[in-house]
Ligand binder design. Structure first.
Ligand code: ADP
Ligand code: MG
Length: 240
């Protein structure tokens, strides 16, 4: 799209762990309000790229621009305030806290009073867990826990929401529930998404566009139909 529509842009972004290059001069961009999936074999550098965008990892080189500003040196909380939110690959709900108590956790440092209550309500609504407020998170299904985490990340009122494998280990019905949450937040709230996911059916269900990472580099970008049928993409998944 048009340059003014760009929400996120990385330039020559690099990350090294010791001598190993996990992110190799990546120019990755996300337009306002778009829903992009990030795919690629295990170890391709998908989680690392999103962790660089949130500031969980410091870049070894290159730049990250968000909403026209250079955020490369901002700490993670400053990036949340600018509108970047993430659901991490590792689950982060507390089983012995209720849905409502969990929902309050990420919001409490950003809002208080009525504003906080409204946002906690919004988190539960966005998670599709109305009626479950006082249930311990440990009593939720794995799918509902993932929904809760997405609701919690959405309650930070981001313009960009990053999801790392939100449907891993879920059954078909649970995957559909997550697809519905994500699609609704994208369409109703205009939140742009980057979703890491392997399941091509899920990807085809939700995504406008797909970016394929391989060996820390952008390998292909395009609509899911073209990506799925690309023999070079099939080859890298087979370890070629
Ligand atoms: P993906 O999410 O695509 O499976 P990752 O981004 O997790 O891949 O990892 C990319 C590569 O970087 C892998 O080879 C992984 O071992 C390495 N890596 C990721 N995080 C670290 C870390 N904290 N320390 C050392 N190596 C890491
Ligand atoms: Mg990963």
């Amino acid at each position: 799209g048009d340059r003014t529509d760009t929400l996120l842009q990385t330039e020559d972004l690099r990350k090294e762990f010791g001598g190993f290059t996990a992110t190799d001069e990546v120019d990755f961009s996300v337009a306002e309000g778009e829903l992009r999936c990030l795919i690629g074999p295990n170890g391709a550098g998908k989680s690392t790229l999103l962790n660089l965008v949130t500031g969980t990892y410091d870049a070894s080189g290159g730049s990250i621009y968000y909403d026209g500003h250079d955020v490369t040196d901002l700490d993670p909380h400053q990036r949340v305030r600018k509108g970047i939110s993430m659901k991490f690959q590792v689950p982060s709900v507390y089983g012995d806290l209720t849905v409502r108590e969990n929902a309050r956790l990420p919001i409490q440092r950003f809002a208080d009073g009525d504003e906080r209550r409204r946002r906690v309500d919004d988190a539960i609504e966005a998670a599709g867990l109305a009626g479950y407020e006082h249930v311990d998170a440990s009593q939720l299904s794995h799918g509902q826990q993932q929904q809760l985490e997405i609701g919690m990340a959405a309650a930070l009122e981001p313009d960009l929401l990053l999801l790392d494998e939100p449907v891993a280990g879920l059954d078909v019905a649970e995957r559909e529930a997550i697809a519905e949450r994500v699609t609704r937040l994208n369409e109703a709230e205009g939140i742009a998404f980057v979703v890491i996911e392997h399941d091509t059916e899920f990807v085809a269900n939700i995504a406008d566009e797909v970016t394929v990472l391989h060996n820390g580099e952008i390998f292909r970008e395009g609509p899911i139909e073209a990506i799925e049928s690309d023999p070079e993409v099939q080859r890298i998944y087979l370890g070629g």
